[in-house]
Structure formats: structure tokens, C-alpha cells
Design a protein around this ligand. Structure first.
Ligand code: BTN
Length: 281
């Protein structure tokens, strides 16, 4: 095997390892998980090309709402805007959640970022923020990326696959192109957190946000929007947003009710941003 070494500790505490790190303890996640719907069906593969790709296939075949795909390594991990997502085998939380939202997808973006933020805050002493629209940051560096893809489910309903890549253990210091931008929970002082506890907490928080969006009506949607907006670290910063060939630059002054970023440019005009990578100054 060129990419990994799988090994097994001998003796009473026998445990499978990947590159020297313990594989996820799936029973440990299930025993901690008290969600209503999310994670009741859980598929684990030690290694998979991309959890989102498998989730999209399963969604088209009629997967149950709340089905989770989890892995310890993902050589073909996909990021936003066609980028790849770097795996640190055995050290991240890499998962996809299959849902059938009856509300607009931009609220799912908010609910997911909030769930990740809260899971980290509840299981460590860290206080992550959200970079518009859904990167989770600690000390200004990205600790989690979220990729939401949609497809038609087997019954024709809109299905969303929520892919989450959360950097838990290890470090990006040795990876030149990421060292300045990416971080891990361990690197920021949360080294004692277990991936199992973090994943179970994340699924519970997602379960709650999702329930609020799906069944909470306008009040539920407003609560998620407000909570998300309150944790956005982008607001009040000078930002540059590249949208293909177009560059928008200005002060991030707020978000509208659908989550678009409001950027006031030097000429005084305010532009509504609905997509693109934000660089904060
Ligand atoms: C981003 O570009 O910030 C989004 C990264 C999303 C990565 C996760 S890891 C689990 C899931 N499977 C994938 O292939 N991508 C997402």
C-alpha cells in the first residue's frame, strides 16, 4: 500500500492504526450520540476517495435522511470551487451528511457552520469564529471547511450532501502552501479532544440546527441566521472577493436576510456578494 501503513497494536488494548494514529472508534461515536435523526445510519470506510462522492451516489439511490459517511482518509477529498481537500490520515473528522431540506440551501450553510463552531466550543476551550459564508476559523486560520452539494433524491426531492472536513490532530506546519492559512484544533491548544467526542457533538448540534430550519418556521430560520451572523468574524473587515475575473473590494458591513455579504466599496456603493472566496485584511 503506497499511501498508508495500517497496523494493529497487540495485546488487550489492540487497536487498528493508520499511519500510527488510531482509527475512528465508531461504536464510541454511536454510544455518545443522542441525536433525533442525524447519524442513526452510519457508514464508515477507513479510506475512501471522497465521502461526498459516495454520499451523492447513495442519495440518488434513496438514502435515509441523516445518513452519515465517515472516513479516516480521503485521497480524492473535494473542496469548494473545484479545489482538493488535503487529508491528514487518521487525524481529521471527515464526513458527509445526507439531508432533504425543505428550505433554501443558504440556511443549511449557516446551520452547518454554526454546528461545527459550537461542537469545537463545547469540547475544547477554544472560541472559533465563522468566515463568511462557512469557513470555521481559530486564531484567523481555517480549521474546518464545508462543501454542500445538491442532487435529486430517488423520489425527486431535493437532496443536499453536507461535507465537513475538520482538522483535529496534527499540524500543517510542514505543508508550505497551507502553513499560513490552515490549522488544527491540537495546534491551537485543544490537543486532548477525542475525534469521537467531537464528531458526536457535531452531529448533535447539526441535528438541532437542522430540525430548527426544517420544522421551526420563520422563527427557527431567523434564530439560525442571527446566531450565524453573531459569530461572523468577517464583518467590520476590509475584504477582497474574487468572483472569476471580477474583483470586489471594500468594507464588509453586514449580511442580508438570505446571508449575502454586504460590501461597501470606496465609491460608497454597496454590493451584495452571494459567492466567491473572501480574503480578509
Ligand atoms: C472547502 O473547500 O473549504 C470545503 C472542504 C470540504 C471537505 C470535506 S471532507 C469531507 C467531505 N468530502 C469531500 O470530498 N469534501 C468534504
Amino acid at each position: 500500500m503506497d499511501r498508508h501503513t495500517y497496523s494493529r497494536l497487540e495485546g488487550p488494548k489492540a487497536q487498528a492504526l493508520m499511519n500510527g494514529f488510531p482509527l475512528l472508534d465508531i461504536a464510541g461515536i454511536q454510544s455518545r450520540l443522542h441525536s433525533a435523526q442525524i447519524g442513526r445510519e452510519l457508514i464508515y470506510r477507513p479510506m475512501i476517495d471522497s465521502t461526498n462522492t459516495l454520499a451523492m451516489e447513495l442519495a440518488q439511490q434513496g438514502a435515509t435522511e441523516g445518513t452519515i459517511i465517515l472516513t479516516d482518509d480521503q485521497p480524492g477529498g473535494r473542496g469548494r470551487q473545484g479545489r482538493s481537500w488535503k487529508a491528514l490520515p487518521g487525524q481529521q473528522a471527515l464526513l458527509s451528511i445526507i439531508v432533504y431540506p425543505a428550505f433554501p440551501a443558504h440556511f443549511l450553510v449557516m446551520g452547518t457552520a454554526l454546528a461545527v463552531r459550537e461542537a469545537i466550543a463545547l469540547t475544547t476551550d477554544l472560541e472559533p469564529t465563522i468566515k463568511w459564508p462557512n469557513d470555521v476559523l481559530i486564531a484567523g486560520k481555517k480549521v474546518c471547511g464545508i462543501l454542500i452539494e445538491t442532487t435529486a433524491g430517488a423520489d425527486g426531492r431535493l437532496c443536499a450532501v453536507v461535507g465537513i472536513g475538520l482538522n483535529v490532530h496534527g499540524s500543517f506546519k510542514e505543508i508550505a502552501e497551507l502553513a499560513q492559512r490552515a490549522t488544527t484544533i491540537a495546534e491551537q491548544g485543544g490537543q486532548d479532544v477525542s475525534r469521537e467526542e467531537l464528531i458526536a457533538t457535531l452531529l448533535e448540534r447539526f441535528d438541532e440546527s437542522y430540525e430548527m430550519l426544517q420544522h421551526g418556521g420563520a422563527d427557527g430560520t431567523w434564530r439560525i441566521w442571527k446566531h450565524w451572523r453573531d459569530h461572523l468574524s468577517t464583518l467590520g473587515h476590509w475584504v477582497r472577493i474574487q468572483q472569476g475575473a471580477r474583483l470586489v473590494e471594500g468594507m464588509a458591513i453586514g449580511v442580508d436576510g438570505d446571508g449575502a455579504l454586504l460590501v461597501r466599496q470606496l465609491d460608497g456603493a454597496t454590493t451584495q456578494i452571494t459567492w466567491g472566496d473572501v480574503e480578509m485584511r
